[in-house]
Design a protein. Structure first.
Length: 191
């Protein structure tokens, strides 16, 4: 009988300790959420936290659909462009520009060029036409020599292939280099 009383006392004592270790707030319903300051009490309750930690809120995985933008959406086109520049004085530079909607990066010898500005330039219709089509080859250009600089651009821009050469041997090339492609190419006067 003494053993039975000891076991019953241990069970009741354990139950009492478990109850005492619960919440400090006696007004909380079992299974109910405790609203915090500034929390909407009329909002539907979150799903129960099954990880055993009643104090930590359930974290939902990050979802880009909340912003309404697709993954990689942003002001930049999707582009992967390799640039090889020969300044005509023995100085060459090679770099790569990668644009993915919301990211812009240069790798290699891009110097002080700004990747964000370069990716924004690739979104301009005139620039797209210049680097993806041959329409700029049949222009009437002034015969003004701007310098020995030559740049080769290869890669893709919004799934269109790029294989374009830009030089400064006439007015059209100078305009292309200085106005259209300035964010992609170093300045002619010392890169």
């Amino acid at each position: 009988m003494r053993r039975f009383t000891l076991i019953l006392t241990l069970i009741l004592g354990t139950a009492l300790v478990a109850t005492a270790c619960g919440s400090d707030d006696d007004s909380t319903e079992v299974g109910g959420d405790i609203p915090t300051d500034g929390e909407d009490t009329d909002a539907p309750a979150d799903e129960p936290d099954d990880d055993g930690d009643d104090d930590a809120p359930v974290e939902e995985p990050a979802d880009d659909t909340d912003t309404g933008l697709a993954l990689g959406a942003g002001p930049y086109p999707v582009a992967d462009v390799s640039v090889r520049v020969d300044l005509g004085d023995g100085t060459t530079a090679e770099y790569r520009l990668a644009c993915l909607g919301d990211t812009a990066t240069f790798t290699g010898d891009a110097g002080s060029l700004d990747a964000a500005a370069a990716c924004l330039a690739l979104a301009d219709t005139d620039v797209v036409d210049r680097v993806t089509t041959d329409q700029y080859l049949d222009r009437i250009c002034t015969e003004i020599y701007g310098g020995p600089e030559v740049a080769q651009l290869t890669g893709t821009l919004d799934d269109q292939p790029i294989d374009s050469t830009v030089d400064r041997v006439n007015g059209c090339g100078i305009d292309d280099w200085d106005r259209l492609l300035a964010p992609l190419l170093p300045t002619a006067a010392g890169a």
